[in-house]
Design a binder for this molecule. Structure first.
Ligand code: 13P
Length: 252
């Protein structure tokens, strides 16, 4: 199973800035990328084209979209379809990032529609899950994850190709705060995610990659990616500069 090392650029970078960063990333780690890694760059929609040009010709550097709407096409002002992301060169897309859930108000049900529709239309989908600090303090981490996974995956066929489905565990309190979850917290949460994936998909649940996200930096990436059931990382702030993200991608 290849580790998926993903850069979520959120609402940062113009098209030219994205091109430059993506090109620098390929220059810094293209030749030395270990066989067991894939790199995924997730720029804003307006930068997909230029970022894709910088990654072209490097099969293990993939492009992803940050969000999409679960309809083919239509009167949905401001939204983008899976077909449009595929047309722009995306292989992957995020669904249910915590900023979509907690800033834009996306529900578990809407996230579930997105995951099922995106997979059906040919995207690989990263379902993001994670608890808020008050839920952690109340001892509800595993319950929150189970509900988000069950609702997020409710429409996914049980025989889905597990390589096209990824779960990102991103505790909300660790996103953009510099406060990274500790190794035991990560192992426990990822173990809970894995158990639920096995319950839902049988043995194929072993092949669904589970990423960690939340204040991943060059100096903590090596420890995190070697933890049990950690199959990659989803990085925000520390992915914005190629020198910093390349050290995460190559961390060992
Ligand atoms: P930070 O790495 O900035 O904490 O963001 C994590 C994240 O939200 C990635 O999707």
């Amino acid at each position: 199973m290849k580790k998926l090392m993903a850069a979520n650029w959120k609402m940062y970078k113009t098209a030219e800035e994205a091109f430059d960063t993506a090109a620098e990333l390929v220059a810094l780690c293209g030749a030395s990328l270990p066989d067991d890694r894939e790199v995924l760059v997730i720029p804003p929609f307006t930068a997909l084209g230029r970022a894709g040009q910088a990654l072209a010709g490097n099969p293990r550097f993939l492009l992803g979209g940050q969000n999409f709407y679960p309809e083919e096409q239509g009167a949905f002002t401001g939204e983008i379809s899976p077909a449009m992301l595929l047309d722009a060169g995306c292989a992957f897309a995020l669904a249910g990032h915590s900023e979509r859930r907690h800033v834009m108000g996306e529900t578990d049900e809407m996230v579930g529609r997105k995951v099922a529709f995106g997979l059906e239309k040919g995207l690989s989908v990263i379902l993001c899950v994670g608890e808020r600090i008050e839920e952690r303090r109340a001892g509800q981490v595993e319950d929150v994850l189970r509900v988000q996974l069950d609702k997020g995956l409710a429409g996914v066929p049980r025989d889905v190709d597990p390589v096209r489905l990824v779960v990102a565990y991103e505790p909300v309190w660790a996103i953009g705060t510099g406060e990274v979850a500790g190794p035991e917290e990560i192992v426990q949460a990822h173990g809970a995610v894995r158990r639920e994936l096995l319950r839902l998909f049988g043995e194929a649940g072993h092949e669904v990659r589970v990423q960690y996200g939340g204040s991943v930096k060059p100096d903590n990436a090596a420890e995190i990616i070697h933890l049990d059931n950690v199959d990659g990382v989803l990085v925000g702030g520390a992915s914005l500069r190629a020198d910093s993200f390349s050290r995460i991608v190559l961390a060992d």
